[in-house]
Ligand binder design. Structure first.
Ligand code: ASP
Length: 317
């Protein structure tokens, strides 16, 4: 595999570090790794001898597993640390835990944390690369990369004039924030719809169209991204009743028919069947949910490689 790395950053904290050129560079690299992942032997020696720490102080299924798999398929050693197994539970500060980890010379620390800004805090203080695997409500920049990769494949690389609707709990969604910024930068027109109590403060400054009616919001859409209600981040009183929520905001086959024929249905997971989208839609051919999971491994391989080989080094297999 030949690749000249154009990636300039020590860390990947926010999608605003990307340009269309850098995003396409990562997408092209991820496409090569997708092919590696389809082989019987899914491993390349590219990052042999590198160490990656997976520091997840919030729950995760997809992101943690796919970073672990991505590292191992590049021949890195990966080490997982969670809040419950770490000294954070004994009162050690995030900075001291991170300095301790750095003293062991990892190349990359992948961090998920409930506080917005925690990855940036570490990136400013540590010499190793930091990847933001989700920080509070702020961002989930690797989710945005894998969503872009999924759409690029489904739309044959054409983003201009495409329209995507994000539905649900926008206020608490770091996925929505990262996707709005990255997809807009790539030329997609982004729309949002959800309960008025779950619209983010300052939404009028976002580069999106905000809808008040689901049926209108669906018209002419090429893709719909459903989101989960992030109840763990909600203060009381934002939603009167969950069944009323699902009656209004759950994507059903009848509603989906109002979008463009062949409209894709995305979801970052975990999905709540019957709440965010109907089971029928989750299992339909329009659903890209498992493709997104699949894309997560290849895009995270691309990112790990970019960070570990930055500054124009040549890598060849
Ligand atoms: N998995 C995504 C996240 O970590 C979405 C979700 O949890 O609803 O933000």
């Amino acid at each position: 595999m030949e690749n000249t790395c154009i990636w300039p950053h020590k860390d990947y904290i926010d999608v605003n570090q990307l340009t269309p050129e850098l995003a396409n560079y990562l997408m092209d690299l991820a496409e090569q790794f997708r092919q590696v992942n389809n082989r019987q032997v899914k491993k390349v020696p590219t990052l042999r001898g590198r160490s990656v720490v997976l520091f997840f102080s919030e729950d995760s299924t997809r992101t943690r597993t796919s970073f672990d798999m991505a590292g191992k398929r590049l021949s890195c050693d990966t080490f997982a640390l969670g809040k419950s197994g770490s000294s954070l539970n004994k009162g050690e500060s995030l900075k001291d835990t991170a300095l301790t980890l750095q003293a062991m010379n990892p190349d990359v620390i992948v961090i998920r944390h409930s506080s917005s800004g925690a990855p940036k805090f570490l990136a400013d203080r540590l010499g190793c690369s930091i990847i933001n695997a989700g920080d509070g409500w702020h961002g989930h920049p690797t989710q945005a990369l894998l969503d872009l990769f999924t759409l690029r494949r489904r739309w044959n690389g054409e983003f201009k004039d495409k329209e995507l609707l994000i539905v649900g709990d926008i206020a608490h969604s770091r996925v929505a924030r990262s996707n709005v910024d990255l997809l807009t930068m790539m030329g997609v027109k982004v729309h949002i719809f959800g309960p008025s109590t779950l619209m983010p403060a300052g939404v009028e400054t976002w580069p999106v169209t905000v809808h008040k009616k689901f049926k209108e919001a669906l018209e002419g859409k090429d893709a719909i991204m459903c989101l989960r209600l992030q109840q763990e981040r909600m203060r009381g009183g934002l939603l009167p009743d969950l069944s009323e929520y699902s009656n209004t905001f759950c994507l059903t086959p009848e509603l989906l028919r109002l979008a463009k024929p062949g409209c894709l249905v995305m979801h970052p997971g975990p999905i709540m069947r019957g709440m965010d989208l109907s089971a029928e839609i989750a299992d339909s051919v329009e659903s890209t949910i498992l493709e997104q999971v699949n894309a997560g491994v290849a895009t995270r391989m691309a990112l790990l490689m970019a960070l570990c080989t930055r500054n124009g080094q040549e890598i060849s297999e």
